[in-house]
Design a protein around this ligand. Structure first.
Ligand SMILES: Cc1ncc(COP(=O)(O)O)c(C=O)c1O
Length: 367
């Protein structure tokens, strides 16, 4: 089976982990150990941000960013429903209410045109998601946010290496959140990061990350244990060095797959609009006119041929049992996309020969 994504780990990561183990410094009481600090510095440079705060998951990164930026209980936060559940989960964890907005059917990202109608007096923040690794159209979102005095916390968990208007994703947001889960473009096993140019938000986040402590046993605010262990930071540091190579492999694979699949009229292929650079975390096609049953059947048949197809996401969040209590939504583009999309492997471990096999197999089945 060619998996949809797979961690790319080499001797460098193994050696780096061994070094940490030998050093005996496995973590740091305030989350600021030497490897974590080194990784944060390198990641801030990569994201062209002033500050990077390392944590132990992308979910923790999102939660921390909301708390650090001052989203409080009772606030409303605007986000897409077509995303991983963590994007909504952390809004609820912060005591706020998720307000779901429909997507653009071409990009699958939140539709900037539909955001403003969802703004109320209680709205405090917008969380756009760079879904599948395609940057969200941030300029209109930034304008709406500035007009209404809202924060923008970008969920860039799938978008390492993606750029928008010539800048790394996150550049137009108040904070950007990244995941290093094992499937991501770069990994630490589990892990996350928040990048921001706002000194005060960064300082808040560092304190909240470790029990609200600036100094040990002197909590000044409610905190969590979101510290990244030193071993993870050592892996992340090595992975970041390899990221450009990983990204160019993904890009090469995506380009080749597009060349093959362009012949299939029944498929809508992923786009990379002018001024955008995709991270190619997921190569997602849409089976035009299909229903969920047909899509699922094709996905199963492809798996039967050894192609590890993924479907992101079969259930939009507003339709999940727990999240129904936040309102009755009708999000036609989100609901339609959730029935028609499927993702094909393009990760750096997929060879050109395998891409040809994936492309030809899909073409034969859907052509
Ligand atoms: C869009 C999105 N948001 C949030 C997360 C949460 O990240 P993590 O799994 O590292 O907690 C993920 C990844 O799983 C994601 O893809």
């Amino acid at each position: 089976m060619i998996p949809i994504n797979a961690p790319q780990i080499g001797e460098e990561e193994i050696e780096a982990v061994a070094e940490v183990l030998k050093s005996g410094v496995l973590t740091h009481g305030l989350g600021m150990g030497p490897m974590v600090t080194k990784f944060e510095k390198a990641f801030a440079k990569f994201a062209k941000a002033k500050h990077a705060v390392a944590v132990n998951s992308g979910t923790a990164a999102l939660h921390l960013a909301l708390l650090g930026a001052g989203v409080k209980a009772g606030a409303e936060v605007i986000l897409p429903s077509f995303t991983f559940v963590a994007t909504a989960e952390i809004v609820v964890m912060a005591g706020a209410k998720p307000v779901f907005v429909d997507i653009d059917p071409e990009t699958y990202d939140i539709s900037p045109k539909k955001i403003e109608k969802a703004v109320t007096k209680k709205t405090k923040a917008i969380i756009p998601v760079d879904l599948y690794g395609l940057p969200v159209d941030m300029k209109p979102i930034r304008e709406i946010a500035d007009k209404h005095g809202l924060l923008v916390i970008e969920d860039s968990c799938q978008a390492h290496g993606a750029t928008y208007a010539g800048r790394p994703v996150g550049a137009f947001a108040d904070a950007a959140c990244w995941s290093f889960f094992a499937s991501k473009n770069m990994t630490t096993g589990e892990g996350g990061m928040v990048t921001t140019n706002n000194e005060e938000v960064a300082e808040n986040m560092r304190v909240i990350r470790s029990h609200g402590e600036k100094e040990k046993y002197k909590s000044t605010m409610l905190g969590h244990n979101y510290r990244m262990p030193e071993i993870e930071a050592a892996i992340g540091y090595e992975q970041l060095k390899k990221l450009p190579k990983f990204l160019s492999h993904r890009r090469r694979n995506a380009k080749r797959l597009t060349t093959i699949l362009e012949k299939a009229d029944k498929l809508q292929l992923p786009r990379e609009p002018k001024g955008y650079k995709h991270s190619w975390y997921l190569y997602t096609v849409r089976m035009k006119n299909a229903n969920a049953k047909r899509r699922d059947k094709i996905a199963e048949e492809l798996r039967g041929k050894g192609i590890g197809v993924g479907v992101y996401y079969v259930n939009p969040i507003h339709q999940m049992p727990y999240y129904r209590k936040f309102g009755r939504y009708r999000l036609p583009e989100t609901e339609k996309a959730s029935k028609q999309v499927l993702s094909l492997p393009v990760h750096p471990g997929v060879t050109v020969k395998q891409i040809d096999f994936i492309g030809e197999t899909v073409l034969n089945m859907l052509g």
